[in-house]
Design a protein around this ligand. Sequence first.
Ligand code: SF4
Length: 213
Amino acid sequence: MDPIKQWWVEEKAKKAIEKLVAHDFKAIYRKTKEEAVQEVWKHITPKQRIGVGGSLTIRGLGILEKLEAQGYTLYDHWKPGLSKENILEIRKSQMTSDLFLSSANAITLNGELVNIDGIGNRVNSTNFGPGKVILVAGYNKIAENVQEAIKRIKNVAAPLNARRLNIDVPCAKVGKCVDCNSPNRICRVLVIHERRPSLADILIILVGEELGF
Ligand code: SF4
């Protein structure tokens, strides 16, 4: 990365991390995806049951394939070939996993996490249940404040995710949110973590690269 841009990214990340830590989260910065992966491995212990949220970022780390090859139990509802019943069971299991891996839709410079979910298993798992939660997020997820975070999610993340997953919602056609009433609407639950939920153990790894949408 261009050194000037690197500086800008690191300044933003530093500010967000300071506030996240002040809000009782664990939060660290890692310059590259590879360094973030190394950090995630430090928290993986034998026989853990690992839940995986609907996240492109986590799947882009290349860690799930290795975990599976090593015999870990993975609760990954994006795995191809699963039946509807299996998917439902996996979503439920994520909420009681030993370790839950996901990303955040947005992280504010005020130290808040902002997530919008369609079903709720991903956001539920970041509130209460798993033994530990690790959220890996590229610097592109940093937003000025909650309002800007919601704007970003609805006008960037949601349209791109909906289009990628081939979901028939208006934003996947026009590229921005129209606050639809579509039966396929993917924005149904908004969760703002103002502070770490009392019984949750959450580590946020902010990465100095663009990851996910
Ligand atoms: S509310 Fe509807 S149009 Fe807006 S981002 Fe969500 S799915 Fe897309």
